[in-house]
Design a protein. Structure first.
Length: 254
């Protein structure tokens, strides 16, 4: 993925990693469209950041995805990058059905079906562009599980394998598939994450991501140094130790 000169749509980017990445991409000379559910927040972001376009979208709602895709492509027919950022992370207790089922269903709806529906809405268009990118967003927890968040872990593992598979299917097209693999970052994804000093500061994370995109334009995965402990535990042969260390510091890790 080139660092500039793109037209980028980022659903789920009104805060956290998504918004920080959107603003950095805008500063690098990209046209950026931010997607989110709350109209008033989108209006505020557009006012605070002139030139940033916004579109209302609820990635848990198939009809909203379809309407947003139509709106984005009508306003930006040169769109060539989709970053499927939207996601939720919730603690669950699977020892009690009433403690996890609704949360698990919502997590899979948002984190798995949401990206699938987004990609389905844009894949045909992206194949008409001379150079296009689909960026999925997973987590270090796709590779080592946090005890408190079973459905989140599973959802990110599913998106990792979806990314690997789509890369194979789209290999003979103009569309590249890139996976963004965050570690624990100081955002509001879960209560306490933003203030946790053990998590990677948001500005440091996005700066490292932008540097990796610029220096490794052909990368299949964007992995900051912090996430490699989780990402490669099985390959290194210390998976059990990684899982133990991750859960010893619960709930600090993502």
């Amino acid at each position: 993925m080139d660092i500039s000169g793109n037209t980028v749509f980022i659903p789920g980017s009104t805060s956290g990693i998504g918004l920080a990445l959107a603003l950095e991409l805008r500063a690098r000379g990209n046209t950026v469209v931010v997607g989110g559910r709350r109209a008033e927040l989108l209006e505020r972001l557009a006012a605070e950041h002139p030139g940033l376009d916004t579109v209302r979208i609820d990635t848990a709602d198939p009809a909203s995805i379809e309407a947003a895709a139509k709106e984005v492509l009508e306003r930006h027919p040169d769109l060539n990058v989709l970053i499927a950022m939207a996601g939720i992370m919730r603690a669950e207790d699977w020892r009690r059905p009433e403690g996890f089922l609704a949360s698990a269903e919502a997590t899979i709806e948002t984190n798995v079906l949401g990206p699938i529906r987004l990609i389905a809405a844009f894949t045909e268009h992206l194949q008409t562009r001379p150079a296009a990118t689909i960026m999925t967003v997973t987590s270090g927890l796709a590779f080592a599980p946090l005890r408190a968040t079973p459905s989140y872990n599973a959802s990110k593992a599913a998106i990792h394998m979806l990314s690997e598979s789509l890369r194979l299917q789209l290999a003979d097209t103009s569309v590249r598939v890139v996976e963004l693999v965050p570690p624990a970052v100081q955002t509001d994804l879960m209560p306490g994450h933003a203030a946790n000093e053990r998590n990677l500061p948001l500005d440091e994370y996005v700066a490292e991501v932008m540097g990796l995109i610029e220096s490794q334009p052909d990368a299949r995965e964007i992995q900051v140094e912090r996430v490699k402990f989780l990402r490669y535990g099985e390959a290194r042969g210390d998976y059990d130790q990684v899982v133990a260390a991750l859960n010893a510091s619960e709930p600090a890790n993502r």
